[in-house]
Ligand binder design. Structure first.
Ligand SMILES: [Zn+2]
Ligand SMILES: [Zn+2]
Length: 252
């Protein structure tokens, strides 16, 4: 086993709020610049640019398929998948639960599927940056049904953070690991939210522009950079471990 430096929350040009510069090619280049071993592309309620990033990277860095899903409660949940098929399967399901709002690029920004050659494949017509009409528990269930791993995104942050929005972890079975905002120190997170103590804590860039890639990261002690190993690290199995990197400087 060895430590892998992971940034598991990066947006691409498929997110209307992300820079047009976030093409698969640029994401791979910036991830290499930042010395990342493992990344995940997590666009809002969509996952299809991840496959082009993955093909381009050719393992350097390793790329997990992912999404950042916005639930009915307006809680944001990161979801990671073992393969492209399960990610796209869930994406197609979620598309049916998004409100029928056309994405006007002049208002919301572009939502582009861009391939490994930097060519625009298509523009997603319906607005992706909106809550799906499914409650949090149901989204978690559907992620797990296709073999994915759910990790609530920046739990301490408004908007979208589970703890910031709901005030506490809901009753019942619940994803164990959480992500905190890039600029929140561990001490501050534990002080504000004692329920975080003892849980595996991730930190990631939530990059929307190229320069943000790798501004925050998580060190993972794994046998290999795969979803199965990530899951084992969250469970602390056989010496695998999750260690958040230092907080990033807060941006403007
Ligand atoms: Zn965004
Ligand atoms: Zn995000």
């Amino acid at each position: 086993m060895r430590w892998f430096r992971a940034d598991l929350h990066i947006h691409s040009v498929l997110s209307p709020c992300a820079s047009l510069a976030m093409s698969p090619r640029r994401i791979v280049a910036e991830a290499r610049r930042a010395g990342l071993d493992l990344i995940a592309v997590c666009d809002h309620n969509a996952g299809e640019n991840g496959r082009y990033v993955r093909r381009l990277a050719g393992g350097t860095p390793a790329v997990l398929m992912g999404m950042e899903i916005q639930t009915e409660e307006e809680v944001e949940l990161l979801a990671y998948f073992a393969d492209e098929e399960s990610c796209i399967l869930l994406q197609e399901e979620l598309y049916q639960y998004l409100p029928d709002i056309p994405c006007r690029p002049d208002l919301f920004g572009d939502q582009l599927v861009v391939n490994a050659e930097d060519e625009i494949v298509r523009q997603v017509p319906h607005l992706l940056l909106a809550p799906v009409a499914l409650p949090l528990a149901e989204v978690v269930r559907r992620v797990e049904l296709v073999g994915g791993l759910a990790i609530p995104a920046h739990v301490d942050r408004v908007p979208g953070g589970l703890l910031a929005v709901l005030g506490l972890f809901p009753e019942g079975e619940w994803p164990w690991a959480v992500e905190i905002a890039p600029w929140t120190s561990l001490a501050a997170a534990w002080a504000a939210w004692p329920a975080l103590r003892g849980r595996p804590i991730f930190r990631a860039s939530d990059a929307h522009i190229p320069e943000e890639i790798g501004r925050a990261w998580t060190e993972l002690l794994l046998a290999e950079p795969s979803l199965a190993e990530l899951r084992a690290a969250v469970r602390g199995e056989e010496g695998r471990a999750v260690r958040p990197g230092p907080e990033a400087k807060e941006d403007g």
